[in-house]
Design a protein. Sequence first.
Length: 91
Amino acid sequence: MTYSNVESERRDLVDLSLRPYVASLEGRLSLDDVVPRGQTVALELDDFYRGDMGARSAYYAAGLAGGWLTADEVRAAEGYGPLPRGAANAV
């Protein structure tokens, strides 16, 4: 299998198999007797859709160079906290 096939298989797993169960679970967990009124539960499945590190790096580099992404947005997408105030604009 090539990487693109594996990536496609992961998407299919989420979209065709897991999504209905996750939606049901989110709904049950969002009931008023489980979480405070007005709040909902949303499970994040974005990691299943992530590309490889090279593709993400190229995307982030283009976004930083084009000005449509900030270093803090890139860091957040990769699971890191924001840069300290006054720190250089490095990822």
